[in-house]
Design a binder for this molecule. Structure first.
Ligand SMILES: [Zn+2]
Length: 386
């Protein structure tokens, strides 16, 4: 029970019924803050305190904030007509509790915060006017209002498209090279048309691992999620997108669907065994018997790979243990051979062949007893997750 002194302090404050009601938000159920404030004022006056409630525009806590809500709606609604969205959430910023609010809290305990009431009331108002739902957990749009300046900004949820890609030509990196003025990457082949279809701000390719620039990605393809940031549209004709990308002749996509953000991490963290077709080149003619024997020896072998020299600047230098699941010679012709290798996720295939100056051990070069290198490398198949 508050003491008399505190109640007298309350009576002397210039506070509106809404803010009075919010101060005692835990009192009474099913009442709006102004209704609760009115009842409290009535009760206090009945106790003999002369509490006079001020109008909202003269209130030293809210300064008439809630009188402005309708004016604030119009420009927000106008800007959002340009965007397709199903749900939204209101947030607010730039509001420090006033001295009076802090004082009231220390005397009467915690009520409801001004921000909280604003977010709720403004959300309700916008929801009724725009005929959109408020979604606290996963809104398409967050509208953040500065309570000090009554300015606002939007955050739009990204749109995520999952699928699988094949890379049919060599020389294309998986993602954009920002520092190069080069405009063909798997990311751009898929992202550029998708971006224009939904009028997004930008696009990012998240994939289940990556192949080198000079490596083809064949078979059923590699899993990816394309993220489209701040899209104006959230419905997209995925067949039309696939058709446009596939028309490039360089990259093909299939099995497209709209997914949630959580798929990004799942795809990035997934680990799959892969089957490669490797064209190998030796300095001179290959000795057929020794070569076949070396390839066969790789079957089921555990190999140790120190971070390859060619990526050592970008990745931590450590030793990885990987298993070669299957290795099979398809053909030998002079100084060239074609080998099919199935290896655990994260195996460096070029280094498995050339030995990387002893950093990969055992290697095909080591087993064969002479230096071999990869001339051409294709991913034939990405196995189902193991
Ligand atoms: Zn007020």
């Amino acid at each position: 029970m508050p003491n008399w002194q505190d109640l007298e302090f309350l009576s002397s404050s210039s506070i509106c019924k809404r803010c009075l009601g919010r101060t005692f938000a835990k009192v009474g159920h099913g009442l709006s803050n102004p209704e609760r404030g009115e009842k409290i004022a009535f009760a206090l006056n009945a106790l003999g305190l002369s509490l006079s409630i001020t109008e909202e525009d003269k209130c030293s806590i809210c300064h008439g904030l809630f009188l402005n809500l309708r004016n604030l709606c119009a420009p927000i609604e106008a800007e959002l007509t340009d965007y397709e969205f199903g749900s939204f959430l209101v947030g607010s910023e730039n509001s420090q509790p006033s001295e009076l609010e802090k004082d009231l809290e220390s005397r009467f305990g915690q009520g409801e915060g001004l921000k909280k009431e604003f977010n709720r009331e403004f959300g309700k108002l916008l929801s009724n006017r725009m005929h959109k739902d408020v979604d606290l957990k996963d809104p398409d749009v967050i509208i953040t209002v500065s309570l000090e300046y009554l300015s606002y900004r939007f955050w739009f949820k990204s749109l995520f498209i999952q699928g699988r890609y094949r890379k049919l030509v060599r020389g294309i990196p998986q993602t954009r090279w920002i520092i190069h003025d080069k405009h063909d990457s798997v990311e751009e082949f898929i992202g550029v048309p998708a971006k224009s279809m939904v009028r997004a701000e930008n696009f990012y390719l998240h994939a289940a691992g990556r192949e080198d620039v000079d490596v083809l990605m064949l078979g059923k393809g590699r899993d990816f999620v394309l993220e489209l940031s701040s899209p104006h549209l959230r419905t997209i004709d995925l067949d039309a997108l696939a058709k446009e990308v596939n028309g490039s002749g360089s990259v093909e996509i299939e099995d497209l669907r709209i997914v949630g953000k959580e798929e990004v991490e799942k795809v990035k963290n997934s680990r799959h065994d892969k089957t490669y077709m490797v064209t190998i080149e030796a300095a001179g003619n290959l000795d057929e018997a020794s070569f076949l024997k070396a390839v066969t020896a790789l079957n089921g072998k555990i190999i140790y790979q120190r971070t390859p020299l060619r990526v050592s600047g970008r990745r931590a230098d450590l030793i990885r243990e990987r298993m070669v699941k299957k290795a099979n010679t398809l053909s030998i012709d002079g100084s060239h051979a074609v080998v099919e290798i199935t290896a655990e996720a994260g195996t460096y295939i070029k280094e498995l062949v050339n030995g990387d100056e002893g950093r990969t051990n055992p290697s095909l070069s080591g087993l064969y007893g002479s230096s071999l290198k990869v001339e051409k490398l294709d991913v034939l198949e990405i196995k189902e997750e193991t």
